[in-house]
Design a protein around this ligand. Sequence first.
Ligand code: THU
Length: 128
Amino acid sequence: MQNLSNAAKTAMQQAYAPYSNYSVGAAIIGSSGEVYSGCNVENAAYPLGNCAETSAIAAMIAAGEQQIKEVFVMTKGAKPGTPCGGCRQRLAEFADASVLVHCGLETGEVNTYTMGELLPHGFDLPDT
Ligand code: THU
């Protein structure tokens, strides 16, 4: 997990968050073992900002991988932040319910959840 935590921290330090001043870094392990990371990228037109998880998923997909094995989300603040609702749905597109999602701070404080705990009863297309 240290490797993943370090990648999330490095990404968080690159965050572009001048409006919220809330930097977030996300790191994902793909099925190959490769680590993909991303940070939040805000915009003066607020709704156009991207979450860190979204950026990390895009890096994984662009590299040709589609299976998430583990996730680390690092935030600033007094306690670890958890992925927003939209990012839970985005992660669930590529992660099984058993995938671990670690949410931590630079201090080393970490809360770990499964994807299923974070998004029970998530949306999926019905079988046709
Ligand atoms: N943010 C993330 O990057 N990931 C989340 O799961 C929650 C929120 C970002 C979006 C925005 O740049 C800032 O945190 C404050 O909402």
